[in-house]
Design a protein. Sequence first.
Length: 78
Amino acid sequence: MRTYTVSEFTADFKKILPFVQKGEKIGISYRKANKPVAMLMPFKESKVPSRKIGILEGKAHFKEFGNGKITEEEFLGL
């Protein structure tokens, strides 16, 4: 992965973009620490993987007593 400082990235954006279009990830570092703080990657890789819904189904439960309404003092534990 290539890494550029913010100033290099902004100055050379047109030169960097073709690398991203070819599938390469680009790290962007900030200030003197020179640690990557962001990453530019191809759009096709940016999709968040789907998560299983209901992963805790059957593992947790709750009981409601009364009508389910409580006062502010009860809610705050006062």
